[in-house]
Each structure stands twice: as structure tokens, then as C-alpha cells.
Design a binder for this molecule. Sequence first.
Ligand code: 6PG
Length: 236
Amino acid sequence: MIETPNNIDSFDTVESLQKTASDQIIEYLHARVTQNGSASVSLSGGSTPKRIYEQLSQSDLPWDKIHWFWGDERNVPADDEQSNFRMVRLAMLEPAGVPDAQVHPVVTIPDDPKRAAMDYENTLREHFSGQTAPAFDLVLLGMGDDGHTASLFPHTAALAESNRWFVENWVEKFDAFRYTMTAHAISAGLQRWFLVTGAAKKPALSKVWDSSASADEFPSKLVTPTRWFVTQETLP
Ligand code: 6PG
């Protein structure tokens, strides 16, 4: 049975979703920095957030007070067109002049993804030292047509990981490793916002909101978001 969440903002167009999400991110991060002196964000890859990052780059965010991390990455060099870091660098980091000290990319090691994932886990544990989980102020998440989020793809080993915060994850359909935060690490974020656009997402979203569906088949079910930003076309 589909149980539609009560924390949905739906939009007629991708553009209106992206503009509102940008505005809300800016408002929220200003508040967190005012309250705590700093903030930390876990970024998503994909096409939906890219325009949001471009809009953030034009804002008055306190760039020297916010730390940027990646919720997932591809197992490619940082200058590869597939790199999520490269996408964010071009969309936001360079245009906004974000200081390098605020930017914490996954340092990929294509030939040794386990080492790279363990190194990033250490980066996270240093930043969130003394905490039992990475309590990001904000975790941005997308959802794929198959119901994946971050790089938690259906039927992959990372779904069952309950100790590590960040892992290498073999994804058969890509015949490649990905890097991803684990579901429980993502769920430790204070705010977890899903950004879902495109009619092709409708079947998966129906399953993610269906209590009888399997999280192994639709891994976005493993994360309880605090907000959904969706376009009307994705709604069941
Ligand atoms: C990635 C993302 C991935 C993305 C979804 C949705 O590395 O590609 O982390 O999980 O969020 O595939 O992507 P779109 O926003 O392009 O639909």
C-alpha cells in the first residue's frame, strides 16, 4: 500500500523545484551557521542538483563557514567527466571561490577503491570526531529510476553495511565500483532532503512509498528523509 509522506513539496517544473530548493538551502545554512558558527553538507551527484549548485554559487552563503562533502562518488579521477566532485567544482566551488579548506572530496583510487573508501571514512570521522555518526546539517539526495540513492544501488553489498560510514560498492550493471555513504550514515544527517524529478521516477517512487516493497530492491526506502522535493510528474 502506498503511504504518501506528509513532508512533500511538489512542483510543476524542474526549474521551480530547483529554485525553491536553492532558496531553502540558503536559508537553512545561514541559520545553521548563525546558530553554530559553521555547517556541513553532504552533496549528491546527478543532473537535478547541478542547477541548484549553480544557483547556490550566486548566493551570499558564508562560504568560509560551510564544509562540503560528497555522499557518493564514481570510481574515476577527479577530472573525469563522470566525477561528482568535478560537477560540483564547475557548478559551484570555482564560481563561488569556495576556499579549498572547506572542500572535502573523495580522493578516488581507481585501482584500490577499498583504500579510498576507508580514507574517506577517516576524513568523515575526523570531521565528526567524537560522534557515533556523521551528523551533517544537510544531506542532499537524488533518486534514480531504479530507486537507488547516493550509490546505494539495488541488490548491492553496501545496503547491508551497518558499521562503516562510507564504502566502496560494486555495481554489476556498471561493471564498476562506486563510493557511497551507507544508509545509516545518511540517516544521521539532521536534515535529509530528496530531490526527485522526471516522469521516469514515478514507478520507483511508488515503490519507495509502498510499505510492502523491498528496500533491497528500492534502496531509497533505507533513508527516512525530512523533506521531499518532487515534480508533479513523479507522484504516484
Ligand atoms: C549520482 C547520484 C545519484 C543521483 C540519482 C538521480 O552520483 O548520480 O548521487 O544517486 O542522485 O541518479 O540523478 P538525477 O538527479 O540526475 O535524476
